[in-house]
Structure formats: C-alpha cells, structure tokens
Write a protein that binds this ligand. Structure first.
Ligand code: TRP
Ligand code: SF4
Length: 326
C-alpha cells in the first residue's frame, strides 16, 4: 500500500532552482492518488502580513511553477490552504491543547526571528505557525511528509500534538513521519544557499538568456585566480551543478579542475549547456501556462475541492471527539 503524503510551500515569491532540486523533484517521486501538495498561503501571511504583498498573485505564480515543474494534477491533489476552511478550524482546536512551552522552545521559531530582524514576528500568529502546520498534516491523516531538515522540529511538534489529542480525547490522528529530502542545500550564484532574499537565485521563470547571464556571473573557487591555479571543485557552485545536470562527467570535471586542466569559463559553458537542457522544458511550459491563467486557477480550485472532502471528514471526527457542536 502506498503511504498518504502531504507537503507544502509558502507562496512568498516565485520558485527557483533550489526549490526545484530540493523539493519539487522529490515530490514528483511521491505522486499518486494519495498524495497532497499544498500552497500554504496562511503560513505566508504569518511573516508577510505587513509587506503589502498580494497572495492572489504569488499563489498563481507558484501554481504555475508546480505545474511547469511537472506535478500532474491528474495524478495527485494540488490545493490552496485557504480554500479549505478546516485548516483554520482545526488549528483553533489544536491551539487549545498545545502548551506554550512547546512553541516557545521551537528552534525554527527562534532562528526565523533572528534571521528576519526587519519583520516583527513577535505575534500570536507566528508563534502558532507549527500548530497551523500540524493541522495541515493531520487533516489528511498523512503518514509521511517530505521536507527539508529545517522542518524537522515542526514535524516533531505535529507528532506531539497528535499524540496529545489522541490521548486526551480519542485516537483520531495518524502520527506522520518525516521523509528527509536527500538533496543538500543548492548553492546560488554567490555560493551561499540559493535564496530569494540573497538575490542569488535562478528562477524557473528566467528566460534562457537570463540563465545564461546568471551562470556566467556565478562565483567559482576563489583560489583559481589564474588558469594555472589548481581548483577545489567541492567549494565551487558551478561544480555542484555539474553533479546534478552533468552527473556522468562530474568526476572528469573535478579531476580537470584539481589539475588546472580546464578554465572556469569553459567549465561554466559546459555546465550551462546541460542546465539549459534541464530547465528549458520547464520554462517553456511555464510560459504557456502564463497565457492560461484562468485555467491554472481552475485546476487549483478543482484540487482544493477534492482536498476539502477529505479534510471535512477528519475535521468532523475531531470536532466530535472534542465534544464541540450540537
Ligand atoms: N513550513 C513549511 C516550509 O516553510 C511549509 C508548510 C506549511 C508545510 N504546511 C506544511 C510543509 C505542511 C509540509 C507540511 O517549508
Ligand atoms: Fe569551478 Fe569549474 Fe572553475 Fe573548477 S574549473 S573552479 S569546477 S568553474
């Protein structure tokens, strides 16, 4: 039997190659009638509530990215969190039984507050971020949640909240396990982790010309100031991409780099050729989708209706177990 899977992303901007390699490529492996992929717009609001951002636009952008990357709405359910009202309703129930201390000691919470000093994250909503995430997962009785390492504390909290609910009332919820994404952090143009906030990303919506320009600007091993200098591929973002999009030649690239037998410019050109082959179909599909926005919207609404049916059923059981309603 296949496991029920749920995962999601926050619509805080367009998706880049880091999301593609770190998450989407992995999600595609789990596609099936029991897999659910969500756009977490309520979660986006917890940090962007004062940014003036319209999530209606970013949601559609992300949906186009999902579809362009190859998530197939006929094989799995893709839905929008805010179109399924049980997410907020279950959050309220779970918030009654979640001790404050569990939320306050959450390492991801503390890290985020430190990493985003320009935002006031000392809010009730942001502290409750993991409770909302627990509701996302538990509503679908997900058995497995493919996520990156940074999400492990949230998964652990979800399990603790499920256990506490099942113990206090009735055994309603399945305890989910995390499936760790294998891809290590994808580096950006400057060698730091690829991220919108660092301005070092290659987006799925970047045209081939832009990708070309970005790759040629990419940093390489700083020790290679001249062509004769021996390099260290393991610190070079260009080499990282060789290992992903030019895997069969990666060993040769590394060897030639170490022996100063290849120049960085030719090395970039070779990588670019493979990277372009890999992301061009995604870019083309995305461009097509951009002219079919209404259709993209409909697919998301369609998926959300399917998700709603499942969520409603679990929520009724949970509400009943708590003894709320009439
Ligand atoms: N917190 C997740 C992130 O920032 C996004 C998310 C929201 C999520 N709800 C989820 C991930 C449920 C997995 C399951 O990446
Ligand atoms: Fe990086 Fe290639 Fe230059 Fe080596 S030769 S430092 S792998 S770009």
């Amino acid at each position: 039997m296949t496991k029920r899977i749920l995962s999601g992303m926050r619509p805080t901007g367009k998706l880049h190659v880091g999301h593609l390699l770190g998450a989407l490529e992995n999600w595609k492996k789990f596609e099936g009638p029991d897999s659910y992929f969500m756009i977490a717009d309520w979660h986006a609001l917890t940090t962007e509530y004062a940014s003036g951002m319209s999530f209606k636009d970013t949601v559609l952008e992300i949906m186009m990215d999902y579809l362009a990357a190859g998530l197939d709405p006929n094989k799995c359910t893709i839905f929008l969190q805010s179109l399924v009202p049980e997410h907020t309703e279950l959050t309220l129930i779970l918030s009654m039984i979640t001790p404050l201390s569990w939320l306050e000691r959450n390492p991801t919470y503390k890290d985020q507050i430190k990493e985003q000093p320009d935002k006031d994250l000392h809010t009730y909503g942001f502290l409750g971020y993991p409770v909302l995430q627990a509701a996302d997962i538990l509503l679908y009785q997900a058995e497995a949640v493919p996520v990156g390492e940074d999400q492990l504390p949230h998964l652990e909290l979800t399990r603790e909240i499920a256990r506490r609910f099942n113990h206090l009332y009735k055994p309603v919820f399945t305890e989910p396990e995390a499936i760790l994404t294998q891809t290590p952090k994808v580096p950006g143009l400057d060698g730091r982790k690829m991220s919108k906030s660092y301005g070092n990303a290659i987006y799925l919506s970047d045209s081939p010309e832009i990708v070309d320009k970005k790759v040629m600007q990419m940093v390489t091993d700083p020790a290679r100031k001249r062509r004769e200098d021996k390099g260290h591929p393991e610190v070079c973002p260009v080499y990282y991409f060789h290992t992903v999009v030019n895997r069969e030649n990666a060993d040769i690239v590394a060897k030639e780099c170490r022996n100063a037998e290849r120049g960085c410019v030719e090395c970039k050109r070779e990588m670019l050729k493979h990277l372009a082959e890999f992301i061009k179909p995604i870019y083309e599909r995305r461009k097509q989708l951009e002219s079919q926005r209404e259709r993209v919207r409909e697919i998301l609404i369609e998926g959300s209706k399917r998700a709603h049916v499942i969520a409603q059923k679990t929520f009724e059981t949970a509400k009943d177990a708590v003894g709320i309603g009439i």
